[in-house]
Write a new protein. Structure first.
Length: 68
């Protein structure tokens, strides 16, 4: 009969062997997503910036800043 230590090390080895391909696959797909997203930004670039809202202008006189 095996000791608990051997069983624990064997289970740890099984977990490492099963999770390492999953981690590798996750990293590869993440890298693929990053390269696709950088290519997408270069194709969507526009020479002129079009604002989505009008500028916000708060009316102040030049004396208000000196009075405070």
């Amino acid at each position: 009969m095996r000791s608990k230590r051997h069983v624990k090390y064997n289970m740890l080895a099984v977990v490492v062997v099963l999770l390492s391909p999953a981690l590798f696959a996750a990293c590869v797909t993440d890298k693929k997503v990053v390269t696709e997203s950088t290519q997408q930004h270069t194709t969507d670039s526009v020479n002129e910036f079009v604002p989505t809202h009008p500028p916000i202008v708060v009316p102040h006189s030049w004396r208000e800043t000196t009075d405070n």
